[in-house]
Design a protein around this ligand. Structure first.
Ligand code: ACO
Length: 333
């Protein structure tokens, strides 16, 4: 019989330090009202001490996922690590995580697909498992944004959005009646690459980093917020409908919708276009801000523990982010 893959365990970790909108308002001109009205975010988590990399946040989340699946760390035979904020420029955070888990020789693949990174990672794990190449694949999404934001008036449009955190799924073979990962769909369009990006240091320039770049703040993320908003609210519903059709399902079949958490207003608009009831939509942006590659696995892990999903649940997930990249998936647990 053809192998099917599914999420067999999930975990999440958020650093304990809570940073409220008022804490940010003490650093640069903004307000709780401005941030809440436009984004839904009330607070986010930041790491507190150096060194704390994306792999450090992913470590407890990975252990939680492995434990929930009833597996042992030694059962993990591949690691996929989605992040736009790796511990250091290279090597990838997956290598650091494998070392911290005590898994010498186990392959580690970092992927650079920003907010869509988790679903892209899931597609690789799905293919590996269905082909029989690997049996237990950790798919991690983890970010440390707080060390790379511009906490001045210049960077306030971006700085208020992001938080640190990690979510992990252990992907294994689906057993019994569960269809597991029913359908996945991935997209990219580089025409929007510089509407949401971090430019410097840039290897395309001689030298990679100049004093001018530094003074201009090119080492901080920059965003054309309105353009991102427009694209996200168009592409997320599109990919949702398309991936549902591939799975042979309709929106009414879906028990839980786990969208990427970029902005509460984007998600409300997407849910409205899809006609899905708010009680089926996962929102955690109020508490964590945008944790980029981590938002979806955090949402899955929290929902699983809160009993919002369990055996037989059909989950729709979609993401949109820098690249631009966007993706969708349907998973039957
Ligand atoms: N606090 C107070 N004022 C601010 C802040 C802030 N943090 N940031 C910007 N402003 C000011 C601007 O300077 C501007 O002032 P001006 O009118 O005097 O020039 C004013 O607020 C309005 O700025 P806009 O950029 O027009 O604000 P907008 O209503 O578009 O909201 C936002 C900005 C929230 C970023 C919006 O464009 C948006 O939601 N975009 C989607 C982007 C997003 O969610 N990105 C997440 C990361 S990408 C991803 O995960 C998909």
């Amino acid at each position: 019989m053809e192998k099917r893959a599914t999420i067999v365990g999930s975990g999440h970790y958020l650093p304990p330090k809570v940073v409220t909108n008022n804490d940010l308002a003490a650093m640069f001109p903004t307000s709780d009202e401005w941030i809440t009205q436009r984004t839904g975010i009330r607070e986010r988590r930041f790491i507190e001490e150096s060194p704390t990399g994306a792999s450090d946040l992913a470590l407890p989340a990975a252990k939680m996922a492995i434990e929930q699946a009833g597996r042992d760390i030694k059962d993990v035979d591949a690691i996929i690590f989605a992040t736009l904020s790796p511990d250091i420029n290279f090597p990838g955070s997956g290598c650091f995580l494998g070392h911290k888990l005590g898994l010498p020789g186990v392959p580690a693949l970092d992927i650079r697909n920003q907010c869509s990174g988790f679903i892209y990672g899931l597609s690789v794990a799905d293919a590996w498992i269905r082909s029989g190449m690997y049996r237990n694949v950790l798919v991690c999404g983890a970010e440390v944004h707080s060390t790379g934001l511009d906490f001045s008036e210049r960077g306030r449009d971006v700085a208020v959005l992001f938080g640190d955190g990690a979510g992990v799924a252990l992907v294994g073979e689906a057993t019994g009646d569960s269809k597991g990962i029913c359908a996945l769909e991935l997209h990219a369009d580089g025409s929007g690459a510089e509407d949401l990006c971090l430019l410097a240091p840039m290897s395309r320039n001689i030298p990679r980093l100049t004093q001018e770049m530094f003074d201009e703040g090119l080492h901080y993320p920059r965003m054309n917020g309105r353009q991102v908003f427009r694209w996200a609210t168009q592409k997320m519903p599109e990919v949702a409908m398309s991936v549902l059709a591939k799975a042979g399902l309709t929106i009414d079949d879906i028990d839980l919708f786990v969208p990427h958490q970029a902005n509460m207003r984007i998600n409300q608009m997407v849910a409205g276009k899809l006609g899905i009831a708010d009680e089926k939509v996962v929102h955690n942006i109020q508490r964590y801000g945008n944790t980029t590659a981590a938002t979806i696995p955090i949402g899955i892990s929290e929902s699983w523990r809160e009993g919002k999903l369990g055996p037989g649940s059909k989950v729709l997930t979609v993401a949109f982010g820098a690249g631009f990249t966007w993706a969708g998936g349907v998973i039957e647990f």
